[in-house]
Ligand binder design. Structure first.
Ligand code: PEP
Ligand code: MN
Length: 372
């Protein structure tokens, strides 16, 4: 249960920001100079942007990295609004950032992934935002924790903010992935199910970490009925002081926008194709986890094989094997899986484990000097 009231969150069309077919945000990872912002905005002139983004305060992992220009850069962003007519937005991470952003009348502020993970920080920001006339986006937390994301949205909602949206920027999973931050699409799909009215924006830049993956991932998000995109665009990505590899040039961004195909939801229900795509993504992700878990299990099995060999213990341990079979079928049954199915799966796993350990035994014997 949560405290959101049905229909209280305003749909994007009522945010008072430009919003054609989709909500579209673009701009550099960081504001590096007024000139860099102006060149980037000039490259985006005429694009249907809901707002122009730029990082003013940068939450960098290393203190020696570029931290953003802070207060000095806020007037640059304001002048972009005056000169190019774009609405403007930036990340805020503290109540002081909120005060400064509101003083400069930014149109949008967003809470970054590292901040969403910290309920104290989010509450401080929510208190500073209370009653403010601003649109607020909440990025997903770095870790794949839906409840933290929902909790942060709820804190901002409780502060009276009704122009409230969620930004999906992928999750740090610690496992190898072609993404910088794995999408784990099932998490935002579940967020959208639990908070039906909340606009959902995809940030493929932080998800992909590489510019060439941004266009296909943007389309993937629209296929999954996302309401919009937040994309990092820099006038000269190679010289960027943060996130250089993932930023698009304004030209690449224009090309991407032109090619996007916007999916629509038919009637009240998701269309078959859209639902099916979501479910297939979910299955793909679970299968990747199954394979990663199996590989990890076999690596452990191999280490056990070495230990058995050193201590001259038999590969087959009938008592342990019976225990495994019994405990795993009981655990699986509790999760609604059939006995016969899980016992077949475990027989295959056990067979492979024995095989791996026997091979290591064989290799061990090979190293014994041959008597001639
Ligand atoms: C950003 O948008 O530049 C940023 C720092 O993103 P995230 O919080 O998703 O890492
Ligand atoms: Mn960035």
């Amino acid at each position: 249960m949560n405290a959101f009231e049905a229909d209280a969150i305003l749909p994007l069309q009522d945010w008072g920001l430009p919003c054609e077919e989709i909500f579209l945000c673009a701009g550099p990872c960081s504001a590096e100079s007024e000139e860099q912002l102006r060149k980037t905005a000039a490259g985006l002139a005429g694009c249907p942007l809901s707002f122009f983004r730029a990082g003013i305060w940068k939450p960098r992992t290393q203190p020696s990295s570029f931290q953003g220009f802070g207060l000095q850069a806020l007037p640059w962003l304001v002048r972009i609004r005056e000169e190019f007519g774009f609405r403007v937005g930036a990340e805020i991470g503290t109540p002081e950032h909120v005060d400064a952003a509101l003083r400069h009348r930014l149109d949008v502020v967003w809470i970054g992934a590292r901040t969403t993970a910290d309920p104290f920080a989010v509450q401080g920001i929510a208190d500073a935002l209370r009653g403010a006339d601003v649109s607020v986006l909440v990025k997903n937390p770095v870790s794949p924790d839906l409840e933290l994301w929902l909790g942060a949205l709820e804190r901002i909602y409780n502060a009276g903010i009704r122009r409230l949206g969620a930004v999906h920027r992928g999750f740090s999973t610690g496992t190898d992935s072609r993404y910088r931050n794995a999408p784990l699409w099932r998490i935002p799909i579940e967020l959208k199910r639990r908070l039906r009215g909340v606009p959902l924006i995809c940030d493929p830049s932080h998800m992909c970490g590489r510019a060439e993956l941004v266009p296909p991932t943007s389309q993937e998000a629209l296929d999954l009925l996302y309401d919009g995109l937040m994309i990092e665009v820099h006038c000269d990505p190679r010289s960027a002081q943060s996130d250089a590899a993932q930023q698009l040039t304004p030209l690449e961004f224009r090309d991407l926008v032109e090619r996007l195909v916007v999916s629509t939801e038919s009637g009240d229900d998701l269309s078959y194709e859209t639902q099916m795509r979501g479910l297939r993504h979910a299955v793909d992700e679970v299968d990747e986890q199954i394979i990663a878990a199996l590989s990890e299990r076999m690596a452990i099995v191999s280490a056990m094989g070495e230990l058995k060999r050193k201590h001259q213990v038999s590969t087959l341990q009938p008592t342990r094997w019976q225990e495994i079979l019994d405990s795993r079928t009981t655990a699986a049954q509790k999760r609604g899986l059939r006995n016969t199915f899980i016992s077949q799966v475990y027989q295959l796993i056990h067979e492979e484990a024995i095989q791996i350990q026997e091979e290591s035994l064989f290799r061990g014997r090979e190293t014994v000097p041959q008597r001639g």
